[in-house]
Design a protein around this ligand. Structure first.
Ligand code: SF4
Length: 363
């Protein structure tokens, strides 16, 4: 988790960000359909902090992460990024060629350690490639820089000339992390970075990410469907639904007292290691799936699945209510509903995870 000392300002200010995709369908592809995958998102990412983007599949969290990386060019809004010299730039407005200076600064850790590494490249080539592509090191320096980075992520530098197939899933993810961090970025977007790993190594990788954040002063945007992962890594959480942020809060506040019914339902599915707590916990099963953004429900987008729905919910769209202390909820009744959270534990000891009791270990 980030230290308070490093939270000294906003690194990325996301303002009214939207991402709309157009697809064609029908006979001869004549009919056009617009899908608003990210809808007017406002979010501040503080320097040195970890922010979690959570929600079910199809809620827009991955698209938002890709907009931050500028893998997608947002169709609306701003991505105000603070450069190392403290000047601001709107990444959303830059063209592809203008983004090059920012590529080493904003990096991504991919989900799948198996498909994200080129099987025909050695570890030296994989991890050294961002240095080469961005002209950040002379050819003669690359091997030393990669060896040093491997040590940093807990791999032996003797592995430099091995290929990905020689490594386990956890080791491959360490290689992916080394590739992301070799350029010494300031902002790292991690997309489901541990969800493809065995439960036994998830805790190790999360501990590594936390250690690296401290050592390298990293800021994380952590995209995950798994709230127990976010609980351990992030100090602030934004819950997304149909492309919108429906709740945002400091992690401890959100877990102990959610202020949006969707968050309450997600939390009810979080595994709790303590059997006595687990027995008392009521699982809220949401009917149906996240709606297609092309046919978003009227009023509150969550109303067809909400157990607290009232008359005005299907006609009036809730604004993001400011609940103080950086909390916000897009529910008309956020101030009056008494929703249930969980006392998060997950087997932490001094902020670190035991691999046998970490995320995903208890169900
Ligand atoms: Fe549920 Fe209504 Fe709140 Fe939407 S506004 S989350 S439907 S209570």
């Amino acid at each position: 988790m980030a230290t308070a000392a490093t939270r000294d300002g906003v690194l990325l200010n996301i303002k009214q960000l939207s991402m709309e995709f157009s697809t064609t369908h029908g006979l001869l592809g004549r009919r056009q359909r617009s899908i608003l995958a990210v809808d007017r998102v406002d979010l501040q990412v503080r320097r040195g902090a970890s922010i979690g983007l959570v929600g079910e599949s199809g809620c827009g969290k991955t698209t938002l992460g890709r907009c931050i990386l500028r893998a997608y060019k947002p169709t609306g809004g701003e991505l105000l990024y603070k450069r190392a010299d403290d000047s601001m730039v709107d990444l959303a407005g830059l063209e592809l060629g203008e983004l090059k200076p920012f590529r080493p600064d904003i990096r991504m850790i991919f989900q799948d350690p198996y498909s994200s590494l080129n099987p025909r490249m050695t570890v030296l080539q994989i991890v050294g490639e961002p240095l080469r592509v961005n002209n950040l090191a002379k050819r003669s320096e690359i091997e030393d820089r990669v060896a040093e980075m491997l040590r940093t992520v807990g791999l032996r530098p003797e592995y430099l000339r091995r290929y990905p197939h020689a490594f386990s899933g956890g080791e491959r993810q360490r290689i992916g992390i080394a590739r992301a961090l070799i350029t010494h970025p300031r902002l790292v977007v991690a997309d489901e970075a541990v969800s493809a790993l065995d439960v036994s190594v998830r805790g190790q990788i999360l501990n590594l990410l936390m250690d690296l954040q401290q050592e390298m002063g990293l800021t994380y945007v952590f995209v995950s469907h798994d709230l127990s992962v976010v609980e351990h890594l992030c100090d602030y959480v934004a819950v997304m639904y149909v492309g919108r942020i429906v709740e945002q809060a400091a992690t401890a506040d959100l877990f102990s007292r959610p202020r949006h019914p969707y968050t309450e339902a997600l939390l009810s599915a979080v595994p709790v290691p303590d059997p006595s707590v687990r027995e008392q916990k009521q699982r809220i099963v949401l009917g149906g799936d996240v709606p297609d953004p092309a046919h978003a429900p009227s009023g509150c987008v969550f109303h067809p699945r909400c157990r607290y729905v009232r008359d005005r919910c299907d006609t009036e769209e809730p604004d993001l209510l400011d609940l103080g202390d950086g909390r916000g909820s897009r529910c008309h009744y956020a101030r009056e509903l008494v929703l249930h959270g969980i006392v998060a534990d997950g087997g932490r000891a001094d902020g670190r995870l035991r691999s046998d009791t970490g995320p995903g270990a208890a169900t």
